[in-house]
Design a protein around this ligand. Structure first.
Ligand code: SF4
Length: 703
């Protein structure tokens, strides 16, 4: 490894963490000297169209995990209960043999595949093909189910298409009013913050909707500290104010939308005072926010997991989209809706067939035409393609019930990221075969029968699609160390061992991308006109891009929406809301991200600089809550819901509501917040209700 490190110069790579996908260079300044000195590196942001050369603390330290001594360098196999090194041939042959035995006994669906939103487009695409063609199983889903599913399904229903931002990032400073609902951009996508500061300098009013006074709320002109779970009702109340103040854009509504009259009738029943009371936000503040948004000539609404990770997340997003449509703020400069993606390839990861119900290009696995097209690209009969599977958490239930007996996990750590961890752990331990491909021995990998070491972001080539829908090429900057392999190479080799190598005989990532382009052609996320050559030349291309001559579309819906009638659809019906607190569980637990860490922390916890910033998990609670429960600042506390218990240190802050606890999501083991989150799922998008669990808290003291 030391030899591989010497004279390292990576002229251009991309941060592996969030959805901005900042470009950067990494150069070794001083080589490591055994026992005396660690290597020193210079990391610089490179100008690109999204990040404009900025990097946050995560990007500045992303090289540390690449050079971590904890990197897995060879395959591991479990013998007499212990994971021990083995050859690639033994690992892959064992996987193929066990998969074939299990499928022979229990049928093809006894094997499941679990992917991730940080995988490149090429790997995400190939994983979908691998599951359906090489394994012939319907069970595939991915961790993006916990990330983007609510916004994705809402965008599809309302606009007819799902793309994170409907506008380019460069439009943000052109908005007069911006609503940020349940999104903490300052910590989760820090290099975007200057866009909002520039908007403020241009006179924009910024409204933040969040139960916590986050770093993002610090730049707000108005902060609506809503009760967790009440976002949909708050959006409805704002819409009612806009209607009463006659601020609806009637011309836009008439020409470009459907369903407004029914919605207006329904909104007649909404009592503003009651809604404000239920949201626990002063009615006057709701009025101020709504009138400011309605009066602005240009405006945007962005949501993220705070609104979306609820058991009515799908409907909650749609209520915010009602606001966008009623005020005509979409399809023109300075306007639009944005779902602020969290994962590095949260956008591309959901477009190419990792989801249980989708084939590449956002095609439906239940639509005969879509199946026939993809089957022709893959060289199989449409009837040979399996049907729709189930969502990520439901796969964990199938595993627990032993309907699924073998699982391949790639680019994910489900034992930390799923709700109701007890069931997930129990299920994974019951599996006849658990295979995990990862850079590190994650909490999930520790339970595996076989662990496959993969390359890091600097060591492989591929494309990722950032939150704007801009496809970016990440070139290989460093040779693969040890025996690590790219994820897609592993899939091809397993397919070959299974005797299904035809269709998995790719030489390089670009060849997979070229097949992906054809598979996406004519679909809603059309990449056909995008090539590696263009990506190199143009520093990224937006989809949809149906031909080589097409420039890609940064601003969507200028003239028509993607439904067949060209109109966007208003949303009727009411949201489910949430209020499960009781005497036994009197507080609301909400989880989320913090600045130095990413997802379940598998990578960032192995970066010394990032880990040093937050070395262990904590609960943020209000002084009044702490006093009520006799909790001192910095002491260990136990938090319990109907599903389980976890233990963290207390952090007493004025910045949170006194009925709410906030716990980061980046730690496993006994500090894992998801031991207590609830597994109820949104009925449409199957998102778990991460943001609202009824809990109790107590100090953990030796008596
Ligand atoms: Fe950029 Fe996001 Fe990486 Fe920070 S974490 S450097 S904002 S890509």
């Amino acid at each position: 490894t030391e030899q591989a490190l010497s004279k390292l110069v990576v002229k251009e790579t991309q941060c592996p963490y969030c959805s901005v996908q900042c470009k950067m260079s990494v150069e070794e300044l001083a080589a490591p000297v055994a026992g005396q000195r660690r290597a020193e590196y210079a990391v610089q942001g490179l100008p690109n169209k999204a990040s404009q050369g900025r990097l946050c603390v995560k990007g500045l330290n992303a090289h540390q995990q690449v050079f971590s001594s904890e990197r897995l360098m060879q395959p591991l196999i479990r013998r007499q209960g212990e994971l021990q090194p083995c050859s690639w041939d033994e690992a892959l042959q064992t996987i193929a043999d066990r998969v074939q035995q299990l499928q022979h006994t229990y049928g093809p669906d006894t094997v499941g595949v679990y992917g991730g939103g940080s995988l490149t487009n090429e790997t995400a695409y190939l994983l979908g093909k691998f599951a359906r063609v090489a394994l012939g199983t319907k069970y595939i889903d991915y961790n993006g189910r916990f990330c983007m599913s609510a916004a994705a399904s809402a965008g599809s229903k309302v606009f007819g298409i799902d793309r994170g931002l409907t506008f380019p990032l460069s439009d943000i400073p052109k908005a007069e009013c911006i609503i940020l609902a349940g999104t903490n951009i300052a910590e989760c996508q820090p290099t975007l913050l200057p866009y909002f500061n520039e908007a403020k300098e241009n006179g924009a009013l910024i409204i933040v909707i969040d139960p916590r006074k986050t770093a993002t709320a610090a730049i707000a002109d108005l902060h609506l500290q809503v009760k967790p779970g009440m976002d949909a009702l708050l959006a409805d109340a704002m819409l009612k104010v806009i209607m009463e103040a006659d601020l609806v854009d009637s011309a836009f509504v008439k020409q470009r939308t459907s369903g407004y009259e029914q919605l207006a009738q329904q909104m007649g029943n909404l009592q503003l005072e009651q809604a404000a009371t239920a949201c626990e936000v002063e009615l006057d503040m709701i009025r101020q926010a709504a009138i400011a948004f309605g009066n602005a000539q240009t405006g945007m609404i962005m949501t993220a997991r705070g609104v979306e990770q609820q058991t009515d997340g799908h409907m909650a997003v749609r209520r915010f989209l009602n606001l966008v449509l009623a005020t005509g703020k979409i399809g023109r400069t300075g306007c639009g809706y944005g779902a602020v993606t969290g994962q590095g390839n949260g956008q591309g990861g959901r477009e190419h067939g990792q989801k249980a119900d989708q084939l590449p290009g956002y095609r439906s696995i239940e639509n005969a035409e879509d199946r026939a097209y993809i089957a022709s690209v893959w060289g199989v009969e449409p009837e040979a393609l399996p049907g729709k599977g189930v969502s990520a958490y439901e796969m964990m239930e199938r595993i627990h019930e032993q309907h699924i007996r073998a699982l391949l996990v790639m680019g994910s750590n489900p034992v930390v990221s799923n709700p109701n961890v007890r069931l997930v752990e129990e299920g994974l331990r019951k599996l006849d075969l658990l295979v995990v491909a990862d850079m590190f021995l994650s909490e999930t990998a520790r339970l595996a029968d076989i662990v496959l070491p993969v390359t890091a972001y600097m060591e492989n080539e591929g494309t990722l699609t950032n939150l704007e829908g801009r496809v970016l090429l990440r070139e290989q900057g460093r040779a693969a160390p040890g025996e690590t392999l790219d994820d897609w190479v592993i899939l091809c080799r397993i397919a070959t061992k299974l005797g299904k190598g035809s269709g998995f005989d790719f030489d390089k990532a670009e060849d997979i991308f070229n097949e992906l382009r054809v598979a996406s052609r004519g679909g809603k996320a059309d990449y056909y006109g995008i090539t590696y050559e263009r990506l190199r030349k143009e520093q990224g291309v937006y989809w949809p891009c149906p031909s080589a001559e097409h420039q890609g579309e940064g601003l969507l819906f200028r003239e028509r929406f993607a439904h067949t009638d060209g109109k966007a659809a208003f949303t009727l019906g009411s949201s489910l809301g949430w209020d499960d607190v009781s005497d036994e569980y009197p507080l609301i637990l909400t989880n989320g991200r913090i600045l130095p860490h990413y997802l379940t922390g598998v990578q960032t916890r192995r970066s010394p600089a990032l880990s040093a910033r937050e070395v262990e998990n904590f609960v943020e609670l209000h002084p009044a809550t702490a006093a009520r429960h006799r909790i001192r600042d910095g002491e260990w506390v136990e938090i319990t819901s109907a599903y389980g218990t976890f233990t963290v240190r207390s952090r007493i802050r004025e910045s949170i509501r006194n009925d709410t606890l906030f716990v980061p999501m980046h730690w496993g083991g006994i500090q894992n917040v998801n031991r207590a989150t609830r597994p109820e799922l949104d009925p449409v998008c199957r998102m778990p209700g991460f943001k609202t669990a009824a809990v109790r808290i107590q100090p953990l003291r030796l008596v």
